[in-house]
Design a protein around this ligand. Sequence first.
Ligand SMILES: Nc1c(NC[C@H](O)[C@H](O)[C@H](O)CO)[nH]c(=O)[nH]c1=O
Ligand SMILES: CC(=O)[C@@H](O)COP(=O)(O)O
Length: 140
Amino acid sequence: MAKFLIVEARFYDHLNDLLIEGATAALEDEGHRVEILTVPGALEIPGAIAMAAESGRYDGFVAIGVVIRGETYHFEVVSNESARGIMALTMDGIAIGNGILTVENEAQALVRADPKQSDKGGGAARAAARMLQIASSFGD
Ligand SMILES: Nc1c(NC[C@H](O)[C@H](O)[C@H](O)CO)[nH]c(=O)[nH]c1=O
Ligand SMILES: CC(=O)[C@@H](O)COP(=O)(O)O
């Protein structure tokens, strides 16, 4: 049993609820404990994970959020920089699953967030759990 923190950027309530439902179910199915921390947007997710990791209270993390393309370059900044920040933490050996959807429209997001369809929240949670297992296998 491990303790996971889901760090969610709550930008679209109904989509986040679905992603979190999938992520929580996946972790609890494997016998893990789950807490949830809410941050303003996807750009805050890597920083919040870094702070939480520093506390030593969690074994792994799941990043949850939805970025939907708007009219400007902001979409690329939020999508790419949140992923870049998460990848940097991953390279530091922190077990993280990236469940931030980066999509063209809400219909695409809904299919991917729904646990009964693409279940990207569940997929990110299982990735985090697997990374923690891999870290343990190397004696971390
Ligand atoms: N447009 C979206 C954002 N933008 C907000 C940023 O993530 C950030 O909170 C702000 O720039 C303050 O630092 N965030 C999302 O999660 N989803 C979006 O679609
Ligand atoms: C992430 C986005 O692209 C969006 O929320 C911002 O929209 P816009 O580019 O129309 O300002």
